[in-house]
Design a protein around this ligand. Structure first.
Ligand code: PDD
Length: 283
């Protein structure tokens, strides 16, 4: 049985959902998105995702087709209609359909699409064994703080990792790690958690913000600065964060095994805290 998805005001079976071939999301990747995770049938940090979505839209001078309350109601309705207890809700807003022109159209109506994706997030086999990552050059555009749907390079990066027998790639620019293909990157050295500072070079992860807050509350030391791949390979442990992975341990970087090759203590503890606390605050 297929899913019920949301397209521009209507809940429809997934095989009946339609978008114009003139949609600027399709023609120009002129669109933004959010991925919100779901545990126990509830949304994790919806407010954080809504806030970042509003910022992405504003940066692209795009109107939101729905208020935060309306978006929350649509998310919840989709969870109910699809009987989803664990997984993700994907939301995309594009500038809408218009004659192909590089300039933004003046009168296009934004397109709003949401769908669910079931997935086991808490009991993850990868969390138990830890991930392997490789380093690749970061050749994405310069406004990675805007969550746009132009994800081709991250997609290529994921394939480079797979071909190299790894799980993901960490992207490197000017000698320093920016982030993973679809996640923020961290190393731990001498009990200090190190992750790149915010800027236009990385996406401001909603999971990152929560995890750093929980780490500080648990009296863990946090340093927000850029680090190199060499530093990462010598780290005691490493991990990534995102809405679809929570806190996921990294055990190998460009072939260098970290510690004893098993998920590190800090990553395991943060994963536990993140899941517990997010669960309590889910809506
Ligand atoms: N990706 N950096 C990049 C490049 C990302 O694509 C993501 C999220 C993150 C983590 O952000 P958050 O913690 O808000 O999920 C960092 C989502 C999950 C995706 O594209 O599926």
């Amino acid at each position: 049985m297929g899913r019920i998805v949301y397209v521009n005001g209507e809940y429809v079976p997934e095989d009946e959902a339609k978008i114009s071939i003139f949609d600027r999301g399709f023609l120009f990747a002129d669109g933004v998105y959010e991925v919100t995770s779901v545990i126990d049938g509830k949304l994790l940090d919806f407010a954080g995702h809504a806030k970042r979505l509003a910022r992405s839209l504003a940066e692209l001078e795009m109107e939101s087709p729905a208020s935060e309350e309306e978006l929350l109601a649509i998310h919840r309705e989709l969870l109910v209609r699809n009987d989803l207890t664990e997984g993700m809700v994907y939301l995309q807003i594009t500038r809408g359909a218009a004659d192909r022109d590089f300039a933004y159209p003046e009168d296009a109506t934004p397109t709003l699409v949401l769908f669910t994706q079931a997935r086991a997030l808490v009991e993850s086999p990868v969390a138990a064994r830890g991930m392997k990552v490789i380093g690749i050059e970061d050749i994405r555009w310069g406004r990675r703080d805007i969550k746009t749907v132009q994800l081709l390079y991250p997609s290529m990066g994921k394939m480079m990792a797979k071909k190299a027998g790894a799980d993901d790639a960490w992207m490197v620019e000017d000698g320093h790690v920016t982030e993973g293909t679809s996640n923020n990157a961290y190393i731990v050295k001498g009990n200090k958690i190190i992750t790149r500072h915010l800027g236009t070079e990385i996406l401001h992860g909603i999971t990152r913000a929560a995890v750093l807050r929980f780490a500080r509350e648990a009296q863990m030391q946090v340093e927000e600065r850029a680090f190199t791949m060499d530093e990462a390979k010598e780290a005691d442990e490493a991990f990534i964060t995102s809405a679809s992975t929570f806190v996921m341990p990294v055990v190998e970087i460009d072939g260098a095994v970290l510690g004893d090759g098993a998920p590190g203590q800090v990553a395991r503890r943060l994963r536990e805290i993140y899941i517990d606390e997010s669960r309590k605050a889910a809506v």
